[in-house]
Design a protein around this ligand. Structure first.
Ligand SMILES: [Mn+2]
Length: 327
């Protein structure tokens, strides 16, 4: 398939964006609560791009602790916890539903840039492409014909691409993903520098909490389901923050027998669950519990269960849905 063909946008979509941009005096770039590198990288990339164009732009996220391993991206220190512009055009990145943005956006016009199949199309302009491996791929393919892509934007989009493809290891990676990477590298993203900045600057607390998470590993359904639990005590004892748990569930998935990995994290306000698979559709499990995501990576939050009760309900749902290939 030729370059960019898989992910196409109409002239109307780009014209619509440009007229929305000219109708508003400013832009606010947002991403989902507890942002991962795709959410934050896509929003930072768009922020630096629009800033370079001389557009009045701000960036915000409603979460207090941002993932620190992304602090090398330009604009990271500009991410605010509140929205200051009252009449700006909102650009929402990597966010499947309006409530996941964490701000009151009633009456605001929203451009919705995402790749979640579960996206609820809450924008006035919805640029949602479930075929894309990252939201940054959507943003890059949409914006590249309109604006020149500056180096900091290419870096942020590349970091986002790396993260959502788990460093090009997920089942949806195609030649097109590498084509996007190649173009971003030509625009100035340095793959070695970015990969090292993301993978090799861990805090001691994040390794300590990883140790505790792995010690909690339990296996079910002939070792096809792995479950990790992280309690508030684990976090307190190690000094780790919630964003230090990013990627921990992948260790459980890496076990040879495992088809579905589950990580249950105890938060002050309930439980946060991450689901990962090697092909089994965990999105439909997450949706049963009010969440969403992708086929191989999904999640949800709940206040209705204890850890043990939730585990039981999850194992039941996995069994009932028949998502495991072997039974
Ligand atoms: Mn994403």
């Amino acid at each position: 398939m030729s370059r960019g063909e898989r992910l196409s946008f109409s002239r109307e979509e780009r014209k619509r964006f440009q007229s929305l941009l000219s109708e508003h005096r400013s832009v606010t770039v947002l991403s989902h609560l507890h942002p991962d590198a795709d959410a934050l990288g896509t929003s930072l990339g768009i922020y630096t791009l629009l800033k370079k164009e001389g557009i009045r732009v701000e960036i915000a996220n409603a979460t207090s602790d941002l993932p620190r391993h992304l602090d090398f991206l330009e604009g990271f220190d500009r991410v605010k916890k509140k929205i200051d512009f009252d009449d700006s055009l909102i650009i929402a990145c990597d966010c499947g539903s309006l409530d996941r943005l964490g701000f009151d956006l009633s009456g605001r016009e929203i451009v919705n840039i995402d790749h979640h199949p579960s996206n609820t199309e809450y924008g006035i302009l919805n640029l949602v492409r479930p075929d894309a491996v990252s939201s940054s791929e959507v943003a890059f393919r949409f914006f590249a014909p309109i604006f020149p892509i500056p180096r900091p934007t290419a870096e942020a989009f590349y970091a986002a691409l790396l993260s959502d493809t788990r460093y090009f290891t997920t089942g949806n990676v195609t030649a097109e993903s590498f084509e996007v990477a190649r173009e971003l590298i030509e625009l100035g993203a340095e793959p070695g520098v970015i990969a090292q900045a993301m993978l090799q600057r861990r805090s001691l607390a994040s390794l300590r909490v990883l140790g505790r998470a792995l010690a909690s590993l339990r296996l079910y359904s002939d070792a096809q389901v792995a479950v990790l639990t992280v309690t508030r005590e684990d976090l307190a004892a190690t000094g780790a923050r919630y964003d230090n748990l990013d990627g921990v569930v992948d260790y459980a998935r890496s076990l040879v027998t495992v088809e579905i990995a589950v990580m249950i994290v105890e938060r002050r306000d309930g439980l946060k669950v991450s689901l990962r698979s090697k092909g089994a559709d965990v999105m439909q499990i997450a949706q049963d519990f009010g969440g969403g995501g992708h086929r191989e990576a999904a999640g949800f939050e709940t206040t209705e269960y204890t850890i043990e009760a939730l585990l039981e309900a999850l194992l039941e749902a996995i069994k009932n849905k028949g998502v495991l290939t072997k039974r």
